[in-house]
Design a protein around this ligand. Structure first.
Ligand SMILES: Cc1cc2nc3c(=O)[nH]c(=O)nc-3n(C[C@H](O)[C@H](O)[C@H](O)COP(=O)(O)OP(=O)(O)OC[C@H]3O[C@@H](n4cnc5c(N)ncnc54)[C@H](O)[C@@H]3O)c2cc1C
Length: 265
């Protein structure tokens, strides 16, 4: 197997390089391991390291992250304090110094913790394709994938109001452990009742799950242990088993972690 790596110096050049099966390369923390295991024949990678896609811009409530921004960059940015619990739950500092925002959107479960948080925040992606630049809801890409030859150049979302974003992850170890259950939620409570909620589950399925049944139970209800217990029953979730936890264990502990995420207890 021969791997060649192009290092273009603009997003447009990077997209143009994604021809004939060439793959975008972020930090390589997932892709290189996968290629070592699976790749056959010659392969071209297009590194985004110098394509001008790294940086975090916050203007008012709008946050825009370049696709090649590293997880360590997010961790170090005080403006994104609501994401720090999520980012610090991912892998370990050496991996976070390489892994990129866009790369985390395309890793298989039980990884993709940042993707879970961004989906709960209803993020949109800036995508560059042969037809030019466009925006796509992250939700569409999570369910339908990104067409070959296209590139995510950025991720944008509205910062959550203080106290409205929750992230909770259960894992075997503090470092370098995939998720057993991840819960990411944007939730507002007005006069004791849930006014708005967007709930995303990681670790439980082959893809991130938008828990729309739980959202319906929570909406307009008092945020109590009883409501959260009903919400945990509201979606058909068929967990997968892997080296981190069995499917049985994941199903068993999901209600506990939903309660911890939403009620802190
Ligand atoms: C030891 C270890 C522990 C880990 N633990 C966790 C964890 O707890 N939680 C978690 O969420 N993750 C975890 N991960 C996964 C890690 O977070 C991901 O590997 C990382 O986020 C991927 O980012 P990357 O930039 O390295 O992506 P790469 O490996 O470079 O790429 C990943 C995929 O994304 C595609 N891609 C990259 N950039 C773009 C782009 N701009 N546009 C379109 N496609 C793109 C690539 O083609 C590839 O398919 C762990 C990884 C390791 C090695």
């Amino acid at each position: 197997m021969l791997i060649s790596v192009e290092i273009p110096e603009s997003a447009e050049a990077a997209r143009a390089g994604l021809q004939s099966g060439a793959l975008p390369l972020g930090g390589g923390t997932h892709l290189m391991a996968r290629l070592n295991d699976e790749a056959a024949g010659d392969l071209r990678l297009v590194s985004l390291r110098k394509a001008g896609l790294r940086g975090i811009h916050v203007e008012g409530a709008t946050v825009v992250m370049g696709a090649a921004t590293t997880l360590a960059d997010l961790e170090d940015d005080a403006r994104l304090g609501y994401l720090s619990r999520c980012v610090r739950s991912i892998a370990s500092p050496p991996v976070r110094s390489l892994a990129t925002v866009a790369g985390n959107l395309f890793v298989p479960q039980p990884y993709g913790d940042l993707a879970a948080a961004l989906l709960a925040l209803d993020a949109e992606l800036d995508v560059l394709g042969a037809g030019g630049a466009r925006r796509e809801p992250l939700e569409r890409i999570v369910t339908g994938g990104l067409p070959a030859g296209e590139l995510v150049t950025g991720v944008r979302f509205t910062a959550p109001a203080p106290g409205t974003f929750r992230f909770h992850k259960a894992s075997r170890r503090r470092l370098n452990s995939g998720s057993i259950v991840t819960v990411a939620a944007r939730i507002t409570v007005e006069d004791g009742l849930v006014g708005d909620v967007r709930l995303v589950l990681g670790g439980l399925g082959r893809r991130l799950i938008r828990a729309t049944g739980a959202e319906r139970v929570l909406l307009g209800a008092p945020l109590t242990a009883e409501t959260v217990a009903r919400a945990a029953e509201a979606d058909v979730i068929e967990p997968v088993g892997d080296a981190y936890a069995s499917a049985w264990y994941r199903a068993r502990v999901y209600p506990v972690h939903l309660r911890r995420a939403l009620l802190g207890a």
